[in-house]
Design a binder for this molecule. Sequence first.
Ligand SMILES: CCCCC/C=C\C/C=C\C=C\CC(=O)SCCNC(=O)CCNC(=O)[C@H](O)C(C)(C)COP(=O)(O)OP(=O)(O)OC[C@H]1O[C@@H](n2cnc3c(N)ncnc32)[C@H](O)[C@@H]1OP(=O)(O)O
Length: 281
Amino acid sequence: MMRSKVLSLVARAASNRMMSTATKLTTVEVNDKTGIATLTMNRPPVNGLNLELLQDLKSSIDEVEGNKSRGLILTSSSSTIFSAGLDILEMYKPDKDRIRAFWTQLQETWLALYGSSVPTAAAINGHSPAGGCLLATSCEYRVMVPNFTIGLNETQLGIVAPKWFMASFLSVLPQREAERALNQGRMFTTEEALKVGLIDETANSKEEAIEKCVAFIGTFAKVNPLARSLTKQQFRAADLQQLQNERQQDLEKFLFFVNQPAVQKGLGIYLEGLKKKAKKQ
Ligand SMILES: CCCCC/C=C\C/C=C\C=C\CC(=O)SCCNC(=O)CCNC(=O)[C@H](O)C(C)(C)COP(=O)(O)OP(=O)(O)OC[C@H]1O[C@@H](n2cnc3c(N)ncnc32)[C@H](O)[C@@H]1OP(=O)(O)O
């Protein structure tokens, strides 16, 4: 390794504190200069959101809430995928108990991220379909690298995005755009996403995306943190409360829906298509 690279790694290690261990599917790194935490998803190959990744995401969000970070930046360790969304294997021919735990964990993780008291931003350094888009739109700001896609494509899989997925989407897009995109299951390119307002900025690399997220979080430097977080909570309270009130019904609805033979058949065909595509590459 070149000496300069070694020196830069040593310097980086000194100014950043690794808060989580590498055994987890997420890591949290707090920059000592900015006080901002970067939460990185690391579940190869596609950051499919399975039960364990969702558990780690939730505990990392809790860790950031608890360690007085000035903000949270969500990103991925992959060079081409932010997150492929929910791990379809959790929903296809599911185990009865595990699928309950899986959906319950997804609800909890969304409540924690969408309701986070710290400023949140997503550095979207790869494709971000469905659950990936849910995570990104749960943050307050999005910066995306070119040549990738983002959107809620559920209808393309023959499934229906629950109300709280729509709530995140609607916190970013006007109702007319959101409704049309969801009905179509539309995936937006980075450029299209910028045009419609689904993302806030583009960046040429993950590093630049993170810098732009840091700059966004920096805009709150002179704002009273309690006033800022209570204001955010008020904007989001109705969406959060709706899921809190309906958690059990939402779970039962999901289980009923996902266990329908037609939905299982559709998921099987979709998975097969993904596997065939992967083999061809
Ligand atoms: C009114 C009632 C409402 C009730 C609610 C009811 C239901 C709601 C239920 C669910 C909501 C779900 C939301 C979701 O998130 S569903 C997931 C949607 N995700 C996708 O459609 C993405 C699919 N993947 C891709 O498009 C590509 O993989 C991607 C662009 C992300 C990456 O492409 P790349 O070419 O780099 O990689 P691949 O070769 O395609 O994939 C590698 C490897 O990974 C597997 N894989 C990819 N995505 C998933 C996934 N989401 N889950 C599981 N596995 C996935 C792929 O099959 C390959 O596997 P292998 O062949 O190497 O074994």
